[in-house]
Design a protein around this ligand. Sequence first.
Ligand code: AMP
Ligand code: MG
Length: 319
Amino acid sequence: MAEVEKQDRRVDSVELVKTYLEDETYSDALLVQSEILRLSREFLAEKGFVEILPVIVSTITDPLNHDVFEAQIDYYGNKYYVTKSMILQKQVSVLIHDKIFSFSPNLRLETAEKYSSGRHLIDFVQLDIEAKETKREEIMDLMEDLIIYVLKGILTKYSGIIEKYHPNLTVPKKPFQKISVKKAKELYGDDYEKILSERAEGPVWLIDIPLLNREFYDKQDMDNPDVLLDFDLIYPEGHGEGISGGEREHEYEQIVKRIKLKGNGLESYEDYLKLAKEGLLKHSAGCGIGIERFTKYILDLDHVEKSRLFAKAPGKYTI
Ligand code: AMP
Ligand code: MG
């Protein structure tokens, strides 16, 4: 990305801590968030998922489909990337245990204008889930159950907090509505994601995302090669995207083709390609649900920076 001018939007640390103490949104959000973590763990353990520790630095990370500033660490003359997502590590981990999850901290140095989306941080945590030899529909079904489980638990334990921030919050019914990106575009035009989120009655799945809108690790739909076997979950009430996932590409030739299709060089994906060539990637599917955005939706917060302590919002500089 191009060089940028220095900005000094430093958040005063004393003011920040005073805000935490005075504005009860923060203490309420922490209770709800802690319960999201507890309930998600409980739910996934019961379904046979094994929790793995997050990976913070690696020789490889997610290329992402949008520009962020690079975060690299020089270690004895070699380059470590700070994790933007654990996509490769997830694909490898399912060889050891078929079903895994991790609360994975991701660093994505988003550009300052992303602040106004209300849902970007540069340092956030996603609950990353992956399962071997699994179809995307099974992951979508699992996530519907997880969301319902978490919402029910929170509405039971923290009904007073929900009443204060989001009194009309209801537990969605299965199956959630599904719409293809093609159909959504026909109905709502290019701003389909925003309009869908504003008008939806409950969470909606956006499926069949166009090939070039996502990265090489999402599997192409061979019956409909313009799209991928993937999905996003769009929260209602304007909260926007909360989950992304899909079936993964594991075949060497396909991965090479897809990296090239995006105009990217193969050099940065050396480890990915080596593993694929050895047949050490298998068919899997999975997704990530952002914890801060999930909290924002549950509490109907106007900005994701209120969903956690020490939030790093795009363009700001803080403890
Ligand atoms: P992705 O696969 O890149 O869509 O990331 C998975 C999930 O992580 C998203 O659906 C969001 O819930 C969350 N997420 C992604 N980027 C950010 C960000 N910059 N700030 C907060 N949450 C994010
Ligand atoms: Mg996404």
